[in-house]
Write a protein that binds this ligand. Structure first.
Ligand SMILES: Nc1nc2c(c(=O)[nH]1)N[C@H]1C(S)=C(S)[C@@H](COP(=O)(O)O)O[C@H]1N2
Ligand SMILES: [Mo]
Length: 596
């Protein structure tokens, strides 16, 4: 009964599953392109996964994949889906309905994830997953139909038939539905097709009801008389190739459509960004001192360009907000006069330009998640004061400012810090242009001295004054500290780890930061030798990092170079190693080199 020649190879079942999965995803993405790019199943499930990832795993992912962590996550999701699709395809060889139902189940998962995202705009977010899964399920059903050997007539004791009949999922239904559907069709009755190969199946029933080509396949498996096996009659090869090919082409088309739709979806936002004209700041940044940028090859540029600026966020699809429609609401405890501001409202205020170095709490000792930019924006403290907000030290009831973004991120900063006179900004511009979308267009927060996760909300849309006791924002709920001032760090940029410089003069150089305290000193140690003071580049402000260099007379052999900084309060950077969780890594950065 189960001779190989009769049954389609498992491989083709797997292929059907993968094709069905591909169709489901591309159709879903096409629908998402029309509905909302963020509502696509991969993005929605990926977002849910990010939110549920334990801090340690996330930290590991950031450490190992860096800014590619999101790409890796999505590839991971696709790989898992491909495995399930493959399994469902094989399952469908026997249990067509179960296989198809399995595809639908994934649609349900995607729909639940999409509608439960914090930025979900409602039930329409379920559409991409539902429509995609339906397309995938129909396709799998059709493909499996073509791969199923024409089953023996009902009543025979063929093992496959009886098994499918006992299937709880009702797969057997296709068997019983057979007779009325295809009264005639056996391949042998077809005209002119080579019999025995089975590819005449579709034509075989042409006299019956003139049903659509897509429907014929369903009949095939059912109409096979028992003697079919004797003639080696099997699955519908030609039908399979046709359906599979058409599906692959259609899926690729849907994929392309989805792409172009989601690209054009942000068109208004892109136009609004292009139309932003940032006026000259009423309070310009002081010129960067000439000596702030050392002429040492390999040291990080003093100003990080927007394209080189690190990016850390949870957004799988970068939010594209139309600045003309953007609003910021300020409300909450102690807000005497709540306001809702537009982008133009902000542009009408005095603009403040400042150089501020941003750092991520996930930055390892020596890591790359730090960058220095020239920001332009409005003073957040002034805005808050106009709303009647007082810091706790002046009797205000709120000690935490919770910023909320359009993608549902929440970031909590101490009201005291925001209002203590430092240049806490609602930033509109970065290095002379409107914020790039990746960095928070149209408006983000920047607060000198605080790690990004407790200060630098991108795509901000809401500010609520509350207390640390009554509300834990996103990262705090995931194990990170409520308060996190940036720790003093020195980083060696050159030589690179495991470099092989020659003996003699080697310039050791890097950057050091202790935002809002300022860097007072950087020292370098070779192996276990004494600490030697490095030359500090000119300071821009105490909110920016500072370059340093140290000329080293390198001697042959392996050496460990270590650096440490001292901030303006006199505190020496601690040697004590700490992980990034919960409030930032600590320890000294060292680099091992071999001098030839
Ligand atoms: N909306 C939103 N804002 C966010 C984040 C985020 O995930 N979503 N990440 C924060 C973190 S952890 C950091 S370090 C900074 C990074 O800003 P950048 O990507 O512009 O460098 O943004 C902060 N603002
Ligand atoms: Mo961060």
């Amino acid at each position: 009964m189960t001779e190989n020649e009769k049954k389609a190879p498992l491989l083709l079942g797997a292929l059907s599953g993968v094709l069905a999965g591909f169709a489901a995803l591309t159709v879903a993405e096409a629908v998402a392109g029309g509905v909302r790019p963020q509502a696509g199943p991969v993005v929605a499930v990926g977002g849910a996964a990010i939110d549920r990832t334990p801090a340690t795993v996330k930290d590991w992912a950031i450490r190992n994949f860096g800014s590619d962590d999101k790409l890796v996550l999505q590839l991971g999701i696709l790989a898992v889906l491909a495995l399930f699709a493959l399994a469902l395809g094989i399952l469908a060889l026997r249990f067509r309905r179960t296989g198809a139902a399995g595809v639908l189940l994934f649609g349900v998962v995607g729909a639940i994830a999409a509608t439960n995202r914090p930025d979900s705009t409602g039930v329409t977010d379920a559409l991409p997953s539902v429509v995609g899964a339906a397309a995938g399920a129909v396709l799998l059903y059709a493909l499996a139909g073509r791969l199923t050997p024409r089953a023996p007539a009902p009543g025979t004791s063929a093992p496959d038939a009886s098994e499918s009949r006992t299937s709880p999922s009702g797969t057997s239904e296709s068997d019983t539905s057979a007779p009325d559907r295809s009264p005639s069709g056996t391949p042998e009755s077809g005209k002119g097709r080579e019999p025995g190969e089975g590819d005449g199946a579709a034509e075989g029933k042409e006299p019956a009801e003139g049903s659509a080509p897509g429907k014929d396949g369903e009949d095939v498996q059912d109409s096979e008389p028992a003697e079919g096996k004797a003639s080696g009659e099997g699955w519908d090869r030609r039908g399979f190739v046709i359906v599979a090919g058409a599906a692959a082409v259609a899926s690729a088309g849907a994929g392309l459509l989805g792409r172009s739709l989601s690209a054009s979806g942000g068109r208004d936002a892109v136009a609004s960004r292009r139309n932003v004209l940032l006026p000259a700041p009423g309070s310009p940044a002081r010129a960067v001192p000439r000596g702030a940028q050392l002429r040492v090859p390999g040291v990080s540029p003093f100003v990080t360009s927007n394209s080189d600026f690190y990016r850390v966020d949870t957004a799988l699809v970068v939010p594209r907000v139309d600045a003309t429609e953007w609003r910021l609401r300020i409300h909450g405890a102690g807000v005497v006069r709540p306001v809702t501001l537009s982008f133009d409202d902000l542009l009408r205020r005095e603009l403040v330009e400042r150089d501020i170095t941003l750092t991520c709490v996930s930055n390892e000792v020596g890591g790359p998640y730090v960058g220095n930019a020239r920001w332009i924006g409005v003073r957040l403290a002034d805005l808050l004061a106009e709303c009647g907000v007082r810091p706790p030290s002046k009797g205000g009831p709120a000690d935490q400012l919770v910023a909320r973004s359009v993608d549902g991120m929440t970031i909590g900063s101490p009201v005291e810090d925001v209002m203590d006179g430092r240049d806490a900004l609602l930033a509109l511009g970065m290095n002379g242009e409107p914020l790039p979308f990746e960095h928070g267009f149209p408006v983000r927060m920047v607060v000198p001295g605080l790690y990004g996760y407790v200060s630098a909300c991108k795509w901000i849309k809401d500010i609520e004054l509350t207390t640390f006791d009554s509300y834990d924002p996103y990262w705090v709920r995931r194990g990170w500290a409520r308060r996190a001032p940036i720790k003093t760090q020195a980083r060696i940029d050159t030589p690179r780890p495991f470099a092989r410089p020659g003996t003699g003069a080697v310039m050791v150089a890097g950057v050091a930061w202790a935002q809002h305290r300022g860097i007072d000193k950087v020292e370098v140690r070779v192996d276990d030798g004494p600490w030697q003071e490095a030359r500090l580049a000119a300071e821009d402000t105490r909110d920016t990092w500072r370059q340093w260099s140290f000329p080293w007379q390198a001697t042959k052999g392996g050496h460990t170079l270590t650096a440490r900084a001292t901030d303006r309060t006199g505190a020496v950077q601690t040697e004590k190693r700490a992980r990034t969780i919960p409030d930032g890594a600590s320890g000294w950065h060292s680099v091992v080199v071999t001098v030839d």
